[in-house]
Design a protein around this ligand. Structure first.
Ligand code: PRP
Length: 217
């Protein structure tokens, strides 16, 4: 039995689709239910539906053997686990964003306040990469509000279509990283359950390269 931690929301659906395309029966995970553990004994799969930020924690501690989670969350959580496959869906960018009139002027604002769900990524970027000290204000969502309401000069957040920024008069000022969904594996499970996990990783890699080849046509 392999336990897979899925990020509740957008990434879970794409992960289920990919697993099914690779030949795994995910009927259990497709149930319309509020159950948080969904198990299919015959398929040898158990899914746990977790908050995205908690998926690396479940995998690091071995509560789940495998996880599907955004690279942004992995960068933020910095957990001890194996990152094994770039699943390519959930592609977006982590960016510094703010009012359009700050474009090209970001470095001229001293002691900036930065609103974000990603305090570690933000600290790493401003303090280590740019060698600039900033005040980080941790938020839990609707981060775009911060510069609109005067809580922070800029934000660090993920940008997918760019629609949220556009509709709020904000823009990308700097790009920190391109991110997408990743498959991660617990370090002990990788050895102890290799017989189940390795074929799954092979099947997923084969399906992804098939999809890649189709897209290139
Ligand atoms: C994310 C992110 C942005 C938005 C970006 O928020 O924090 O707000 O999506 O997507 P877009 O570029 O396609 O507009 P999410 O929907 O996860 O909700 P949250 O603000 O509550 O975190």
């Amino acid at each position: 039995m392999i336990t897979i931690a899925l990020s509740k929301g957008r990434l879970a659906d794409s992960a289920i689709e990919l697993l099914e395309a690779a030949g795994y029966n995910c009927a259990a995970a497709r149930q319309q239910t509020r159950k948080l553990i969904l198990e299919d004994k015959e398929a040898g799969l158990r899914f746990i539906m977790a908050k995205p930020a908690d998926v690396p924690t479940y995998v690091e501690y071995g509560a789940a053997d495998i996880g599907v989670v955004g690279k942004d969350t992995l960068m933020e959580e910095n957990r001890q686990l194996y990152e094994v496959i770039d699943l390519r869906f959930g592609a977006c960018r982590i960016c510094v964003c703010g009012p359009e009139n700050l474009k090209g002027r970001l470095d001229r604002i001293p002691n900036k306040r930065v609103g974000t769900k990603y305090p570690n990524i933000t600290r790493e970027y401003f303090e280590k990469t740019k060698r600039e000290s900033v005040e980080i204000i941790k938020l839990n969502g609707s981060v775009e509000l911060a510069p609109l309401i005067g809580l922070a000069e800029v934000i660090v957040d993920i940008v997918e279509s760019g629609r949220t920024l556009r509709e709020n008069g904000l823009d990308v000022l700097e790009t920190i990283a391109d991110v997408s969904a990743r498959m991660v594996v617990n370090r002990v499970s990788m050895k102890m359950k290799a017989e189940e996990i390795v074929p799954m990783l092979d099947a997923l890699r084969a399906k992804l390269s098939e999809q890649n080849a189709e897209e290139a046509l």
